[in-house]
Design a protein around this ligand. Structure first.
Ligand SMILES: [Zn+2]
Length: 413
């Protein structure tokens, strides 16, 4: 890539540069953290300068600029499932899902494989490992999230995870899955009360894999022991939990009470009531909360009933809720994380700066992705320009690694 031009050509190049060019460019906007105009210089995919300016240049629309969103739980998107596609998961499918996510402001995500057979998980991890570092994905996939299969088999807690594939933690199996993934599993969600789970958590910690607690009914003692062993976050707190629980003894209190544990929450408006989000946020605060989507392949499909590869009927309602009627539980979300960002702001009163932190810097820190998650010199130029309207962050432009990958046009939907 060319990196240096005579000065008099630079302006011309900036004007003529096609979307995707890697030459130096400037992005102006209202900085998400204080609503003040800023000019960000990017070159070769990185942020090289962040300068305050008095006002936006004439003709520039007043758009917020923020780091690209990081979503740690993407089960699938745009008709592509990372688990339930069976033979159908392909490199092209991963690319399609990634490009569709860019349009929603997500510049980094963890494809999430949920409970299934070892063969299917291995197969799909292999596909993901092969495409992960493809230049066309611009580094949007730093690694993967394995949610299950080592979770509670009990109805309600296991959610929509197929019972036949729920099993006890097996370190050797996990090593083989991680091998298939190219050693790219960044996070595994487990139920700590299941036999062997605590030792499994210790081994994950020794190997630098983030352990999340989820789809479980662990006691306070077991939650505490799991955190002692290295568990760092609760996966979608308040979900993956039975509808009827004991008011004193349930898995929510100990996870809320322990300051060492972060939480992820699904902010789509269906998974949690406003009061739950408000309380969870008050307890954990901005630094220990991550907004996630739990978005699935059904996200962009018209409402209706679908039969997944396990033979289970999944319903997408006209309101955008994805249900698993047989268990009367939700089966993931149809809303990209940008909706959760808005919804969490609305129900908690937190600032845009705080909501963005919970969807960029926090997950970046948790997974050791030090090259992204903030607008700062030297970081990847993963940036979004947006307005707040229509009950979400309305994405106007997305840059990934300095490249313009999406620009809003009227035929967006
Ligand atoms: Zn789940």
């Amino acid at each position: 890539m060319p990196t240096c031009y005579p000065k008099f050509y630079l302006v011309l190049l900036l004007i003529l540069s096609s979307p995707g060019s890697y030459c130096q460019q400037k992005i102006n906007g209202l900085l998400y953290s204080d609503n003040k105009p800023v000019s960000i210089t990017i070159k070769d995919g990185k942020i090289t300068a962040v300068k305050r300016i008095k006002k936006l240049p004439e003709g520039d629309p007043a758009l917020f600029v923020a780091p690209g969103l990081i979503d740690n739980q993407v089960n699938g998107f745009a008709g592509v499932s990372f688990t339930f596609g069976g033979d159908e998961l392909t490199a092209e499918g991963v690319k399609k899902a990634t490009e569709a996510l860019w349009k929603t402001g997500v510049t980094t995500y963890l494809p999430t494989l949920t409970t299934n057979s070892k063969e299917l998980l291995e197969k799909n991890f292999t596909v993901l490992a092969q495409i992960k570092d493809d230049p066309s994905l611009l580094g949007s996939i730093p690694g993967f999230h394995l949610e299950g299969p080592y979770i509670s088999p009990v109805d309600g807690y296991r959610g929509a995870h197929p019972l036949t594939h729920v099993r006890k933690p097996d370190w050797n199996e996990f090593l083989e899955l991680n091998e298939a993934s190219g050693k790219n599993i960044l996070q595994v969600t487990v139920a700590p009360e299941v036999e062997g789970a605590l030792d499994f958590i210790s081994k994950c910690r020794e190997n630098g894999i983030v352990v999340a607690l989820g789809h479980h009914n662990a006691s306070a003692e077991t939650v505490s022991a799991a955190i002692d062993r290295g568990a760092r976050i609760a996966t979608h707190l308040g979900n993956g939990c039975a509808n009827m629980i004991n008011r004193h003894v349930n898995p929510l209190w100990p996870q809320l009470a322990d300051d060492r544990l972060m939480i992820s929450i699904i902010g789509d408006g269906f998974h949690l009531n406003p009061e739950e989000i408000r309380v969870f946020y008050k307890v954990k605060g901005t630094d220990r909360t991550i907004i996630t989507s739990d978005v699935t392949s059904y996200a962009s499909l018209p409402p209706g009933k679908f039969v997944n590869s396990e033979g289970d009927t999944i319903e997408l309602t006209p309101e955008g809720m994805i249900r698993y009627p047989a268990q009367n539980v939700l089966a993931g979300s149809a809303s990209p994380v940008r909706k959760g960002v808005y919804n969490v702001m609305k129900v908690t009163g937190c600032s845009l700066a705080e909501a963005i932190q919970m969807t960029s810097a926090n997950p970046a820190h948790l997974y050791g992705l030090n090259d992204r998650g903030e607008i700062a010199i030297g970081k990847r130029a993963d940036l979004i320009l947006f307005q707040i309207r229509d009950n979400e962050l309305f994405i106007m432009k997305t840059f990934v690694n300095g490249r313009l990958v999406y620009e809003y046009t009227e035929d967006r939907k």
